[in-house]
Design a protein around this ligand. Structure first.
Ligand code: ZN
Length: 116
C-alpha cells in the first residue's frame, strides 16, 4: 500500500509528546471501524470444513467466497498520527504512546456538529 505524500500544511508536531518531527518522523495511519461478523458466511466455511474432515483451509476454498465481516455504519474514522523518532524508539518513557479511539469519536461528532 502506497501512502499519499503530505503537504507542508499537513505537518504538525509529534502526536504523542508534542515534540519536533524534523528531520525524520513516523506516520501511523489508522482506520477505525465497527465490524459485525456475518454468521452465515462463517457457518458456511465451518460447515464445509467439518464435511471435509475438519480442514479449515479446504473449507474456506470450497465454500462461497463471502466476506466474514460486515462494516457497520457510524464511526468511520481515519487517523494519520505522527510520531517523532524518540517516541518510536522509546526514548521518552514518561509519555507512553496510547491510541484513543473514544477521543476520536468525540472529535468526529464535534466536527459533524460544526458542519450543520
Ligand atoms: Zn514524540
Amino acid at each position: 500500500m502506497i501512502v499519499k505524500p503530505l503537504k507542508t500544511n499537513d505537518l504538525h508536531p509529534c502526536d504523542n509528546c508534542g515534540g519536533r518531527i524534523a528531520p525524520f518522523f513516523y506516520r501511523l495511519t489508522i482506520s477505525f471501524r465497527q465490524l459485525m461478523i456475518n454468521p452465515t458466511a462463517v457457518n458456511e466455511v465451518l460447515g464445509t470444513a467439518q464435511i471435509l474432515g475438519g480442514n479449515l483451509f479446504l473449507g474456506s476454498v470450497m465454500s462461497p467466497d463471502r466476506d466474514a465481516t460486515i462494516e457497520m455504519p457510524g464511526y468511520q474514522i481515519d487517523k494519520d498520527l505522527f510520531l517523532c523518532s524518540d517516541c518510536v524508539m522509546g526514548v521518552t518513557r514518561d509519555q507512553a504512546f496510547t491510541i484513543r479511539p473514544l477521543d476520536w469519536m468525540i472529535e468526529s461528532e464535534n466536527e459533524a456538529d460544526d458542519e450543520l
